[in-house]
Design a protein around this ligand. Structure first.
Ligand SMILES: [Zn+2]
Length: 258
């Protein structure tokens, strides 16, 4: 029996950081088990330690993935435990979606194949909570809005109170990209940048078609940590504060900081 070996590939990390501004009220819902606050029908998710509303990294990552799948017109499959949810997954480790966002799927020989995600999306926390503290809506740091749907047959109204993170709220964001293939670096970072752009023209969270969840990404900054930095500890390898994809990719491929 021959022993299969695998060599890990790692050429460094790129951190993409900045601020996400909420332009129109945003609703990212908490699970149904969460205790209702002030009779709100549909509360937002909050950090249990601080009570601040926050945005789970999984919400942002899922949205960036689905927008990227759509832009590449990828083939979608229903996921096994929920046939209502369709996502793109495949077994090609160089697939533009799966290498970035991860994949787990059975191959032709019915063997489960995992493609680890090159992208980590951190939870996003409020960066201007002091400003939001002053707004008086009866709810901490949020507002609520009535939505009314009318039954087309009986004309009965179904009013609901939906809690929203108000326009003007700002969240720090941090995406961590693991660079494995130099040849795919520019394509991956460009895809992330375009996914953020697509999201600005789409919506984050619920009720997007009714105007909720318009966001804007500001002060987007790229910082490169080439493998040499982690091996040597020499901070002069760090590629600090690049403000475009082109700058960070050129610097990353060129090696040491100037
Ligand atoms: Zn794929």
């Amino acid at each position: 029996m021959s022993e299969e070996t695998m060599k890990l590939k790692f050429i460094g990390k790129i951190l993409i950081t900045g601020e996400m501004k909420v332009v129109t009220g945003m609703h990212i819902g908490a699970s149904k088990e969460t205790v209702k606050i002030g009779g709100i029908d549909s509360p937002v998710i909050r950090d249990p330690m601080t009570d601040f509303p926050y945005i789970p990294g999984s919400s942002l990552k899922g949205k960036l993935r689905s927008l990227s799948e759509k832009s590449l017109e990828k083939e979608l499959f229903a996921i096994s435990h929920n046939p209502d949810i369709n996502i793109h997954v495949c077994t090609d480790e160089h697939c533009e979606i799966c290498r970035l966002f991860g994949s787990s799927k059975k191959d032709k020989n019915e063997e489960q194949k995992h493609i680890p995600s090159r992208l980590i999306v951190r939870d996003m926390h409020l960066s201007n909570d002091k400003e939001l503290f002053d707004i008086d809506t009866g709810l901490p740091y949020t507002e609520w809005k009535f939505e009314n749907s009318i039954d087309r047959i009986s004309s009965a109204a179904n009013p609901r109170q939906i809690e929203r993170i108000p326009a003007g709220a700002k969240f720090k964001f941090e995406l961590v990209y693991d660079a494995e293939e130099e040849t795919e670096l520019e394509e991956d970072i460009t895809r992330i940048q375009m996914a953020l752009k697509l999201l600005e023209q789409d919506a984050l969270g619920g009720h997007g078609s009714r105007g909720y969840g318009k966001v804007k990404f500001e002060r987007v900054t790229y910082t490169g940590y080439p493998r040499e930095y982690y091996v040597s500890g020499d901070e002069s390898y760090i590629l600090k504060d690049r403000d475009s994809v082109e700058d960070i990719v050129t610097a990353f491929k060129g090696g040491k900081n100037d």
